[in-house]
Design a protein around this ligand. Structure first.
Ligand code: ADP
Length: 564
C-alpha cells in the first residue's frame, strides 16, 4: 500500500512539478519586467540639469527652489507611476522628495546609512530592498549618482518601488509565492503572515548588518519552521511547513533571480493526497484479495489432501476386508467342494458297486451254465447283464453331461422353442408308447432367444420330460403341458404334468444329488441335480412346485437380444 501510494504520489507530483515550474518562470518574468521598467528611470533623471544644479550649488537651496524640486519629483513620480522619488545630497540627506506633502515625507531625513546610497557613491548606481525607515513601507530602492561636469559626486536620485500591487495580483494565485533576499529573508509574499520570515537561520554577522542598514527596520523576523519530506533531483522538494495558516505539506520550488541574489519560491499544496490514498487502498485491496486467494487455495489443497488421504485409507480398508472375505469364501468353497466330493464318491461307489457285484455274480453263474453246456439258460441270463451295464452307462452318461464343459463355456444363441422341439424328438418313442398327450401353445412368431449350450439345455429338458413321463405313467390319461412365456428380461419355460405331484416333504430335496423316490434300478437321483447345476451355470434358475394334480417345473433363463 505504501509503495503504491508513493508511486502514485510521485507520478502526480511529477506532473504538478512541471506545471508549477512553468508558473514559476511566469511569475519571475513578471517581477523582472516590473523592475526593468524602472531600472532606467534614475539614470535618466541623473542627467536632469535642474537636479544637478540644485545639488551643485554647494549650499542649501532656498525654500522656493526646494518647493520647485518637490513639485517636479512629484510630477515625474506620478507620470512614471513609481512609488517615490527622492533627491539625496552628497551626504545622503534628502533635499527633495515626491512625497513631500505626506507626513511620512523623506525630506530632511538622512539616508547615508542605506547601502544603496553607499553603493551609489562608490559605483554610480545602487539597488536595495528595504523597509522604509520613515514610511514603514517596504520597497525596492534604485538609485543613480549625480555628477557635476568634472565627474564629482553631487548626490543621488532614488526611485522607490513598492510591491503591494504585485502582491495583490499574485494573491489571486492558488499557489504561495515568496521572494527572498540573498540571506533567505522573505520580503514579498502573496499571503499575509508570510513576509519577513527567515527561510534560513541568520548568523550574528547577518543580524549586525541588518541592524546597521536597517533593511527590515523594526519588522520582527521570525524563522519559518519547515522540514523536507522528500527531495527531487532538480532541487524541488516536498516540505512540511508550519506556516501562519497552520501546518501543511507543500511542493516547494525555487528559482534564483539574476542580480540581487533574490529567489522566487512557489509553494503548492499537492492535490495528490486523494489519488495516492486511492492507489494505496487499491493496492491494499489487491494484496488482500491475493492473500485470501492464497488462503483459499491452501485450504482447498489441504482439504483435497485430507479427502485423498481418507479415501485412500477407506480404499485400503475395503481392500483388506474384501481380501479377508475372499479368503473366507475360498475356504468355504473349498470345504464345500471337498464335502461334495466325499458325498459324491460315497454315492458313486455305492451306485456302481451294486451293479458291479451283481455283474460279478451273474458272470459267475453264466460261466457255470456254459461249463454245464446249458447254453439256452445262459442266453436267458444275458439280458440281466445287459440291464446292469445299461444302468452303469446311464450313471456315467449323466455325469458326462454335466462334465461336458466347453472351455470358457460354450454360449451360442439358441431359440428355446427349438430346444424343446429337439428334446421332444429325442423322447418321441417313449411319448408314443405311453400314449401321453403333449399340450403345447401355438408356435411363436418370434424366436425365444437365450444364450447357452444346445446339448446341455436339451439334456435339462429331457430330464424334466422324462420325470414328468415317469410321474404320469400310471394315469389313465397322462398329459404333459408345456408353455413358454416372456417375463421381463427372462424366458420362462414351464413343464407341468398330471402325475400326482411331489410329496411336500420331498420338495426341498428333489434337486439334491442321488435323491430319488423311484425303485432301485429305475432312478439314479441325478437328473434334477445335474439340470439344476446346468441352468444355474447359464445364469438361470430351476424350481419345482405342485399345481393341480401334478408337479410344475419352471425353467427361467435370461433372454438374449434379437441378433438382428
Ligand atoms: P430320478 O428320476 O432318477 O429319481 P431325479 O433327480 O430326476 O432322479 O428326480 C428325483 C426325484 O424327484 C424323483 O425320484 C421323484 O421323486 C421326484 N420327481 C421328479 N420329477 C417329478 C415329477 N414330475 N412328479 C413327481 N415327482 C417327481
Amino acid at each position: 500500500m505504501h509503495l503504491a501510494g508513493r508511486h502514485a504520489e510521485r507520478l502526480a507530483l511529477g506532473e504538478e512539478r512541471s506545471q508549477a515550474r512553468e508558473q514559476l518562470a511566469l511569475y519571475a518574468g513578471a517581477l523582472k519586467t516590473l523592475i526593468d521598467r524602472y531600472g532606467a528611470l534614475p539614470a535618466v533623471l541623473a542627467l536632469d540639469p535642474e537636479l544637478r544644479q540644485a545639488l551643485a550649488r554647494g549650499e542649501e537651496p532656498d525654500a522656493a527652489a526646494r518647493q520647485r524640486l518637490n513639485l517636479k519629483l512629484e510630477r515625474i513620480n506620478g507620470a512614471a507611476r513609481s512609488s517615490t522619488l527622492e533627491l539625496l545630497d552628497r551626504d545622503g540627506l534628502a533635499i527633495a522628495a515626491s512625497n513631500w506633502r505626506l507626513p511620512t515625507s523623506y525630506v530632511g531625513h538622512n539616508y547615508a546609512f542605506r547601502p544603496y546610497f553607499q553603493q551609489t557613491r562608490q559605483q554610480g548606481t545602487g539597488r536595495f530592498y528595504a523597509v522604509g525607515v520613515t514610511s514603514g513601507i517596504p520597497g525596492y530602492f534604485l538609485s543613480n549618482a549625480i555628477h557635476d561636469e568634472a565627474g564629482a559626486f553631487l548626490g543621488a536620485i532614488v526611485v522607490k518601488l513598492e510591491f503591494p500591487e504585485l502582491e495583490r495580483e499574485w494573491s489571486r494565485s492558488p499557489d504561495l509565492l515568496l521572494v527572498s533576499d540573498a540571506r533567505g529573508i522573505v520580503f514579498i509574499a502573496n499571503r499575509p503572515g508570510w513576509r519577513y520570515r527567515e527561510l534560513e537561520p541568520l548568523d550574528a554577522e547577518d543580524r549586525a548588518e541588518l541592524a546597521a542598514t536597517r533593511q527590515y527596520d523594526r519588522q520582527p523576523l521570525a524563522p519559518l519552521r519547515q522540514r523536507t519530506l522528500d527531495r527531487f533531483d532538480d532541487g524541488d522538494r516536498l516540505a512540511r511547513v508550519d506556516g501562519p495558516e497552520g501546518q501543511a505539506d507543500y511542493l516547494w520550488q525555487r528559482l534564483a533571480l539574476p542580480g540581487d541574489g533574490w529567489t522566487l519560491h512557489l509553494l503548492r499544496q499537492p492535490a495528490t493526497a486523494n489519488g495516492a490514498r486511492i492507489a494505496s487502498l487499491a493496492a491494499g485491496g489487491a494484496w488482500l484479495a491475493l492473500a485470501f486467494l492464497g488462503l483459499l487455495l491452501h485450504q482447498r489443497w489441504r482439504l483435497a489432501r485430507l479427502r485423498r488421504r481418507s479415501r485412500e485409507e477407506l480404499e485400503r480398508l475395503v481392500e483388506q476386508r474384501t481380501e479377508a472375505l475372499r479368503t473366507a469364501q475360498e475356504g468355504l468353497i473349498q470345504a464345500a467342494k471337498l464335502a461334495a466330493l466325499g458325498q459324491m464318491s460315497a454315492a458313486l461307489a455305492h451306485e456302481i458297486n451294486q451293479p458291479l457285484t451283481a455283474l460279478q455274480m451273474h458272470l459267475g453263474s453264466l460261466r457255470l451254465l456254459l461249463e454245464a453246456g446249458q447254453t439256452e439258460q445262459a442266453r436267458q441270463a444275458l439280458p440281466r447283464l445287459d440291464g446292469l451295464l445299461h444302468r452303469m452307462s446311464a450313471l456315467t452318461g449323466h455325469l458326462k453331461t454335466y462334465a461336458r464343459k466347453s472351455p470358457g463355456g460354450l454360449r451360442e444363441r439358441l431359440d428355446l422353442e427349438r430346444v424343446v422341439e429337439q428334446a421332444l424328438q429325442l423322447l418321441a418313442p417313449r411319448l408314443r408308447g405311453g400314449q401321453v398327450e403333449i399340450v403345447r401353445e401355438p408356435p411363436r412368431a418370434t424366436p425365444a432367444w437365450v444364450a447357452g449350450d444346445a446339448i446341455r439345455l436339451e439334456q435339462v429338458l429331457v430330464n424334466l420330460l422324462r420325470n414328468a413321463l415317469d410321474a404320469c405313467a400310471g394315469h389313465p390319461a397322462p398329459r404333459i403341458q408345456l408353455a413358454l412365456v416372456r417375463d421381463g428380461g427372462d424366458w420362462l419355460l414351464t413343464v407341468a404334468d398330471n402325475g400326482g405331484g411331489i410329496a411336500e416333504a420331498d420338495l426341498p430335496h428333489v434337486f439334491d444329488p442321488f435323491f430319488t423316490t423311484k425303485p432301485v434300478g429305475d432312478g439314479l437321483g441325478l437328473g434334477l441335480a445335474v439340470s439344476y447345476a446346468i441352468v444355474h451355470e447359464l445364469g438361470g434358475r430351476l424350481s419345482a412346485a405342485n399345481r393341480d394334480d401334478g408337479a410344475l417345473f419352471t425353467l427361467r433363463l435370461p433372454a438374449s437380444e434379437d441378433p438382428r
